[in-house]
Design a protein around this ligand. Structure first.
Ligand SMILES: [Zn+2]
Length: 305
């Protein structure tokens, strides 16, 4: 098991899509798609934006959701739902976000965040359209307890999620959403503890920290979860173009070599040169953005289109 996990942690860092099995769900009422915390505060422009969580990501999740519903799966969205002055807000304790305190209620470490997902605000709203058949599970509603998991809060108080799944005879959960290393992880962990089969659709999850996300997925894998990827639809892809001084895209390897000399681009450009197809091909939004960042850090002028 250990070797397999190590192997997986290596491929998770930079794996091309084909290394992951594609998600398979047949028409099956015993399965559900769980969409974790796809709310405006966790998206670009929100108070606690997760890197890469943008409109294109939402469209992708939306497409997955529509497919799941068409195939007869239950669609369930969790919604982080806090009152003002929630224990997880740094402002509640006059502390800085991303520091920690010891909770007087759980006696455990509580990570502090910027104010987010306050009930009644735009940031609290789920960012994709849902229909009346879909189920929304609010979590984190108790001021004194945080709740990364969609099943129960840190004080052990259960949401309705387990009960609803049981009533519907659901045995297997496909999980997507935000953030891989927090709410996706804890929801999946609690699902496994309660006896559900779990598949994390990795391409539908984004994390706060890349390292922590890899560790979280490895842990879930070790506990028996599956991890799959789903190709994104065409609209959710960007073309990465490196521009020359006159803002013209440079596509050929030859041109890239010249840019490399002229601008002194280093490792990042070498990477593109070694895999030239990524320059012209459309790639998933999150990957495109990561590549843009990398190239810009190396001094290149980059456009996503
Ligand atoms: Zn929260």
């Amino acid at each position: 098991m250990q070797k397999w996990v190590l192997f997986f942690s290596l491929i998770l860092t930079s794996a091309p899509t084909y290394l992951f099995p594609q998600t398979k769900w047949r028409e099956n009422k015993e399965q559900a798609l769980i969409i974790v915390d796809l709310q405006h505060d966790f998206l670009a422009g929100g108070s606690l934006a997760i890197p890469g969580a943008d409109e294109a990501f939402c469209r992708y999740i939306c497409a997955l959701k529509n497919r799941a519903r068409r195939d007869g799966l239950s669609v369930i969205a969790t919604q982080d739902s806090h009152p003002k002055g929630h224990i997880s807000f740094a402002s509640t304790h006059q502390q800085k976000p991303f520091t920690t305190i010891i909770s007087q209620y759980t006696k455990k470490t509580q990570q502090l965040w910027p104010d987010h997902c306050i009930i009644g605000t735009k940031g609290h709203k789920i960012a994709i359209p849902l229909v009346k058949e879909d189920i929304v599970i609010q979590k984190g509603v108790d001021k004194n307890y945080d709740s990364y998991s969609g099943f129960a809060d840190d004080g052990g108080k259960e949401t309705k999620l387990h009960e609803i799944l049981q009533k519907r005879g659901i045995k297997f959960l496909h999980i997507v959403g935000l953030a891989t290393d927090y709410c996706v992880y804890h929801t999946a962990l609690d699902a496994i503890k309660r006896g559900y089969g779990v598949n994390i659709i990795e391409s539908g999850c984004l994390g706060v920290s890349k390292e922590d996300s890899i560790a979280a997925l490895n842990k879930l894998l070790e506990l028996g979860a599956m991890i799959t990827r789903e190709p994104r639809d065409e609209k959710a892809k960007y073309k990465v173009e490196i521009l020359d001084g006159g803002d013209r895209p440079i596509q050929s390897i030859k041109a890239l070599r010249q840019v490399k000399k002229g601008l002194g681009l280093t490792e990042a450009l070498k990477m593109v040169e070694d895999a030239p197809s990524v320059v012209a091909e459309s790639i998933p939004v999150a990957e495109a953005k990561a590549m843009k960042e990398l190239l810009e850090a190396a001094g290149a002028k980059v456009r996503l289109s």
